[in-house]
Design a protein around this ligand. Structure first.
Ligand code: F0G
Length: 459
C-alpha cells in the first residue's frame, strides 16, 4: 500500500468485548439463521459490518448530554436544542423528530403522495421506496446510467440524470410528481455522492416546474466530504458550510439520525413550507408522538443535537471515509472485485464478478455474505436480488444490475486492525471462490423480504 492513512482522531474510554467463535459453531449458527445474516445474533459475530445504522460509538459529550434529558411529555428543552441545531446546520425552518428515518419517510410519503403519482429518485432505498409505493406512487429511477455499473469510476456516481428527470416531467406532467427524492449519498449504488452542481441543477429544474426537492439526507456529511475532496471550488470550504449549501437546494429532507448524526436511534423530517409542517405535526401524533418528541426520549434528542455538531468536524469525517478507502485498497490488492469508486460508509463486494459461476436467481450476494461469516465471523449484508424484491405490478423478481455484499463500517467503532482481518478473510474466500455454492429461498416474506427470508444451500 503506497498511501498512508490518518490515525483515529479519538482515544478509547470504554471497551466492549466481542465474540470469538469456531468454524463449527458458525456453521451451526448460520444454519439456524437460514443463511441470512440479519437473523444471526450479534453475540455470534466477531466483526459486525451488517450496517452503519445505529451502530456508532457516541462521544463522552453525547453521553453527558444523555444525562441532561428533559423527559417532559411536551416542550422538552432537548427538542428546543435539536431544533436550534438543525436550523443552524441544515438550514431548514421546521423540524419534526421521528423514531428513525423511516418514520420521517412515512410522514412525507403519506402527506405528499396521491395514488398514481410518480416519485423520481437517484436509485432506490428499500424503506424509502416501500413507503412511496405503499402510498400509491410509482417509483422512477433517474440516477445516471453509470451508477448501475460497479466499475465506472466517476467522482459523483450518485448524480441525477437531468435529461431523465426532464423527460419524466414531459411524459407524466409536473402535477403528477409531488417531489423528487434526492439521496445524499446513494447507499445502494455503493455510497456514491452527488455533486453540488447536480443538486443545483435539480433544484433549478424542479422550481421551474413547481416540484419539491426532498433530500434523503441520511449520509449527507459523507456527501459533503466528497464535495470538499472532489469538487474543485469547495476544497477550501468547511464541511459545515458545504452541508448548509447542499441543503439550500432542497425544500426539506428526511433524516435517519442513526447514520450521520452519530446516534443509536433517532431521525427527523425537515421542511421550509408551513403548510407541510402543519400536516406533518397532525400526522406525527398518530404514528410517533407529540411534534416535540416524535418517538424519541429527551435524552435521545440531546444526543442527536450534539452528534450533528460533532459530525461536521473535518478530522472525524476524514478518518471515517479513510477507513472505507483503507479496506477497499486492501481488498483490491488481493484481487477481490469491489465497487468503484469507494463510497463513504462501506465497501461493496461485487458478488456478480466474485461468484461469476452462480446465476443471480441462486442469490450470489446472499451466498457470499453467508460464506464470509462462516470463514471469519464477519457479518455483512446482501444488497442484490434479495434486497430488490419483486415488482409490485408483475410479481416478478427485480434483477438489479448490482449484486453486492456490503461491508458497512460503523462510525468510531473499529480500528484498522479489524479491517485487516476483514480483508484477509475476503481475500482467502476469493482464492477458493469456485467452491462456493448458490442458495435456494425457502421462506419469503411479502414486504422487505431481505430482513427475514430464509435460505438453504444448493446441493
Ligand atoms: N435512507 C437511506 C439511504 C438509508 O440507508 C436508510 C437506512 C434509511 C433511509 C432508513 O432509515 O433505518 O433510520 O429508518 N439504512 C440502514 C442501512 C437500515 O443499513 O443501510 P432508518
Amino acid at each position: 500500500m503506497d498511501r498512508t492513512y490518518v490515525a483515529e482522531p479519538y482515544k478509547i474510554k470504554v471497551v466492549e468485548p466481542i465474540a470469538v467463535t469456531t468454524r463449527s459453531e458458525r456453521q451451526r449458527f448460520m444454519a439456524e439463521a437460514g443463511y441470512n445474516t440479519f437473523l444471526l445474533r450479534s453475540d455470534q459475530c466477531y466483526i459486525d459490518l451488517l450496517t452503519d445504522s445505529g451502530t456508532s460509538a457516541m462521544s463522552d459529550n453525547q453521553w453527558a448530554g444523555m444525562m441532561l434529558g428533559d423527559e417532559a411529555y411536551a416542550g422538552s428543552r432537548n427538542f428546543i436544542h435539536l431544533q436550534e441545531v438543525v436550523r443552524e446546520y441544515y438550514g431548514f425552518k421546521h423540524v419534526v423528530p421521528t423514531h428513525q428515518g423511516r418514520g420521517a419517510e412515512n410522514l412525507l410519503s403519506s402527506i405528499c403522495i396521491k395514488p398514481g403519482d410518480y416519485v423520481p429518485g437517484n436509485m432506490y432505498f428499500t424503506t424509502t421506496r416501500a413507503h412511496q409505493e405503499r402510498n400509491g406512487a410509482n417509483f422512477v429511477d433517474i440516477i445516471i446510467d453509470e451508477a448501475h455499473d460497479s466499475q465506472a469510476e466517476l467522482p459523483f456516481k450518485g448524480n441525477i440524470d437531468i435529461a431523465k428527470l426532464s423527460r419524466l416531467i414531459d411524459e407524466v406532467g409536473a402535477d403528477k410528481i409531488p417531489y423528487v427524492c434526492l439521496a445524499v449519498t446513494v447507499n445502494l449504488a455503493g455510497g456514491q455522492p452527488v455533486s453540488m452542481a447536480n443538486m443545483r441543477a435539480v433544484h433549478e429544474l424542479c422550481s421551474k416546474n413547481g416540484i419539491k426537492v426532498m433530500f434523503d439526507a441520511t449520509r449527507c456529511v459523507e456527501n459533503a466530504y466528497f464535495i470538499k475532496t472532489r469538487e474543485k471550488e469547495y476544497a477550501d470550504t468547511t464541511i459545515a458550510a458545504i452541508l448548509k449549501e447542499m441543503m439550500s437546494y432542497a425544500d426539506g429532507c428526511t433524516m435517519s439520525g442513526k447514520k450521520d448524526c452519530l446516534v443509536n436511534i433517532g431521525g427527523f423530517l425537515c421542511m421550509n413550507d408551513d403548510d407541510l409542517y402543519q400536516k406533518a405535526c397532525e400526522l406525527v401524533v398518530l404514528f410517533e408522538g407529540m411534534p416535540s418528541y416524535g418517538g424519541l426520549a429527551g435524552r435521545d434528542m440531546e444526543a442527536m443535537a450534539r452528534g450533528i455538531m460533532e459530525s461536521v468536524d473535518y478530522n472525524y469525517i476524514h478518518h471515517r471515509v479513510s477507513q472505507c478507502e483503507y479496506l477497499a485498497e486492501k481488498l483490491k490488492e488481493g484481487g477481490v472485485p469491489v465497487v468503484k469508486p469507494t463510497g463513504g460508509h462501506a465497501v461493496f463486494l461485487d458478488a456478480r464478478a466474485f461468484l461469476s459461476h452462480i446465476p443471480q436467481d441462486q442469490f450470489p450476494a446472499q451466498a457470499l455474505a453467508a460464506e464470509l461469516y462462516l470463514e471469519s465471523g464477519v457479518r455483512s449484508m446482501e444488497r442484490g436480488i434479495v434486497s430488490a424484491g419483486r415488482d409490485k405490478k408483475t410479481g416478478q423478481n427485480y434483477h438489479p444490475k448490482l449484486e453486492l455484499v456490503r461491508l458497512t463500517i460503523p462510525r468510531r467503532v473499529y480500528t484498522y486492525s479489524h479491517l485487516d482481518v476483514v480483508a484477509a478473510a475476503a481475500v482467502s474466500l476469493y482464492k477458493r471462490r469456485e467452491t462456493i455454492k448458490g442458495l435456494e429461498m425457502i421462506y419469503e416474506p411479502k414486504l422487505l423480504r431481505f430482513f427475514t427470508a430464509r435460505f438453504k444451500p444448493l446441493a
